[in-house]
Design a protein around this ligand. Structure first.
Ligand code: HEC
Length: 108
């Protein structure tokens, strides 16, 4: 199950996802750099997963429906959303390559 298949692009734009032209929700590009999710909860991985599984438990009036993802899928999606922006990866290849080779404590 990918982000594309799970319907997110219908409502969200996201760099790197073809066809993601949605204008209902906020853009997902750079969501990792925001302080709050949905203006409600602090932006932590746990909160992101909870948001993806059950947005209404965070804000009963939110327009975002439950995604229907399993918890494992929500973890994957959260990891994807928190990846560094593509431009950052292109300008900082060495740090990321070092991280990919293991032992990589992320400095950010
Ligand atoms: C029916 C439209 C719709 C769909 C489908 C949808 N969303 Fe949303 N999403 C929204 C809206 C609207 C908000 C803003 C919610 C709010 O602020 O209450 C939102 C907010 C978010 C946020 C918080 C962003 C922020 O900066 O606060 C994330 C992350 C998110 N959605 C991820 C996803 C993912 C991943 C999917 C697919 C698995 C998805 N959404 C599917 C409408 C949608």
């Amino acid at each position: 199950m990918s982000i594309k298949q799970s319907g997110c692009p219908a409502c969200h734009t996201s760099a790197g996802i073809a066809g993601a032209g949605g204008r209902v929700g906020p853009p997902l590009t750079g969501v990792g750099g925001r302080s709050y999710l949905a203006g409600r909860i602090s932006n932590t991985p746990e909160h992101m997963i909870r948001w993806l599984l059950d947005p209404q438990s965070v804000d009963s009036l939110t327009a975002m429906p439950a995604t229907g993802l399993t918890e494992l899928e929500a973890r994957d999606v959260a990891a994807y959303l928190y990846r560094p922006p593509v431009t950052e990866m292109l300008t900082q290849p060495i740090r990321h390559r070092a991280a990919a080779l293991g032992g990589g404590q992320r400095s950010t």
